[in-house]
Design a protein around this ligand. Structure first.
Ligand SMILES: C[S@@+](CC[C@H](N)C(=O)[O-])C[C@H]1O[C@@H](n2cnc3c(N)ncnc32)[C@H](O)[C@@H]1O
Length: 297
């Protein structure tokens, strides 16, 4: 396999460093370590003594990041768990307060490009979509067991798909004929359900359905809400939290949480977006939005 640095390009990397302003005596947490791109930059910027704890629940990514960050020795520590459990995991490590937190949400290129993980409709694969294979239910399980109404809600609320009800109706009819267990079959059912004139021009017709299922399988919004509720308890006064989101549902949750109580002072009134140059070099950065807040004293 290619080295981690060639698999996934970190987005808004210089903007994250400018906002976190890592110090050499600081303790930082990367909640979504992924392939360790941002992690490596944080460790380099806080040399020679800054420390980083990385959370990553995808075993394959965690392994690659561990290898990449090995040269930093005991300045780096990996926790293979959900960032939603950060509060208890930090308590377990006897860590009181941290000096900065980064969360880069979404899917890594490793996950998107590993066809057998089932995140993409570009190849036929089992309909899995679990970022952490310890999670109890795959996308195929949800498609097999949820009611038509529950599926429609997932497509509508998490996928922002306007044809949600129609797609759910087609899907429930299709699963009565044969179980829907592959990405290609799901994509084909969605394509049949949506009338031709409503097929989007710029994205695949199944994109939103896949996004909705992925969010449901990984409970992505619940995890984010939990982290934002807990974060004030373990960020030191003056410490910053940087969150990179990839769709409006996540961005709305972050914006609301930063504005909701006295715990945060908002640093970015408007979200920071990647430059045209960054998008040209890394098209997957195009929907990234960075919001930053500082823990009040
Ligand atoms: C966009 S990638 C991060 C890439 C990383 N910043 C880098 O530079 O390589 C998002 C990562 O977050 C991980 N992730 C998503 N939700 C998570 C959660 N609840 N707990 C831990 N890791 C999570 C995914 O498995 C994925 O590897």
């Amino acid at each position: 396999m290619a080295p981690a640095s060639e698999i996934h390009t970190p987005v808004l990397a210089s903007e994250v460093l400018a906002c976190l302003q890592p110090r050499t005596s600081g303790l930082y947490v990367d909640g979504t370590l992924g392939l360790g791109g941002h992690g490596e930059a944080l460790l380099a910027a806080s040399a020679p003594a800054g420390r980083l704890i990385g959370f990553e629940w995808d075993h394959e990514a965690a392994d690659l990041a561990r290898r990449r960050l090995a040269p930093f020795g005991d300045r780096f520590f990996l926790v293979e768990a959900s960032y939603a459990d950060m509060r208890t995991e930090l308590q377990r490590l006897r860590i009181g307060k941290i000096d900065g937190l980064l969360v880069d949400l979404g899917v890594s290129s490793l996950q998107l490009d590993s066809m057998e993980r089932g995140f993409s409709f570009r190849a036929d694969a089992p309909l899995d979509m679990r970022m952490d294979r310890r999670l109890p239910r795959t996308a195929a399980d949800l498609v097999a067991t949820l009611s038509e109404e529950e599926l429609a809600d997932i497509f509508y609320h998490y996928g922002e798909e306007r044809q949600a009800r129609r797609i759910a109706r087609f899907l429930v009819r299709a699963r009565q004929e044969a179980p829907v267990t592959s990405t290609a079959r799901l994509a084909e059912i969605v394509a049949r359900a949506v009338p031709r004139r409503f097929h989007p021009r710029k994205i695949h017709v199944a994109t939103r359905v896949f996004q909705g299922l992925r969010i449901a399988v990984n409970r992505e919004l619940d995890n984010l809400v939990r982290l934002l509720q807990d974060a004030p308890s373990f960020l030191a006064p003056g410490a910053r939290i940087c969150i990179i989101t990839f769709h409006s549902l996540e961005d709305r949750i972050v914006k609301r949480a930063f504005g909701s109580d006295g715990a945060w002072q908002v640093i970015t009134r408007r979200p920071v977006e990647p430059s045209a140059e960054e998008i040209r070099a890394n098209p997957r950065a195009r929907s990234a939005r960075l919001r930053v807040a500082e823990r009040t004293a």
